[in-house]
Design a protein around this ligand. Structure first.
Ligand code: ADP
Ligand code: MG
Length: 139
């Protein structure tokens, strides 16, 4: 297994509901180390740029409105197999289908307001890390 980096976002619903600490606790317990973090209020355009792969889908308009609705916390996480590990602790996109103990099962309220983002492959991780942390020399 390799040491990888991946991008997560604690989404506006989780920040609003006060679950930032709960979610970071799960990351840390899963050996996902925070190597960069910001607090951002995305514009609609920035949210659209981040989710460009979903442009044209039925939920794109609503998703990018949600993602620009309040503060969110993008972070770079590092660890062994970080990309797959993060996806595992996040749980399924729809919290109704998420496994017990996962972030989305514990805290998410709908398939859209599902608390966290996680990169799904090395290529998307590279793009997404660069989107929020351009030119930053990560520790
Ligand atoms: P994931 O975040 O699990 O990788 P996707 O990449 O498929 O899921 O979708 C990106 C985000 O778009 C989801 O996390 C969720 O916020 C939203 N989303 C996905 N599918 C739907 C849907 N059918 N209806 C509303 N929002 C959705
Ligand atoms: Mg995705």
């Amino acid at each position: 297994m390799a040491i990888e980096r991946t991008l997560t976002i604690i989404k506006p619903d989780a920040v609003k509901a006060g679950h930032v600490g709960d979610i970071i606790k799960i990351f840390e317990a899963s050996r996902l180390k925070i190597v960069a973090a910001r607090l951002v209020s995305l514009s609609k355009k920035e949210a659209e740029g981040f989710y460009a792969v979903h442009r044209g889908k039925g939920f794109f308009e609503s998703l990018t409105t949600f993602m620009s609705s309040g503060p969110a916390i993008p972070m770079v996480l590092e660890g062994e197999n970080a990309i797959a590990s993060l996806r595992e602790v996040m749980g399924a996109t729809n919290p109704a289908n998420a496994a017990p103990g996962t972030i989305r099962k514990l805290y998410a309220s709908s398939i859209e307001s599902n608390c966290v983002h996680g990169s799904d492959a090395p290529e998307t991780a590279a793009f997404e890390i660069g989107y929020f942390f351009p030119g930053v020399d990560l520790v």
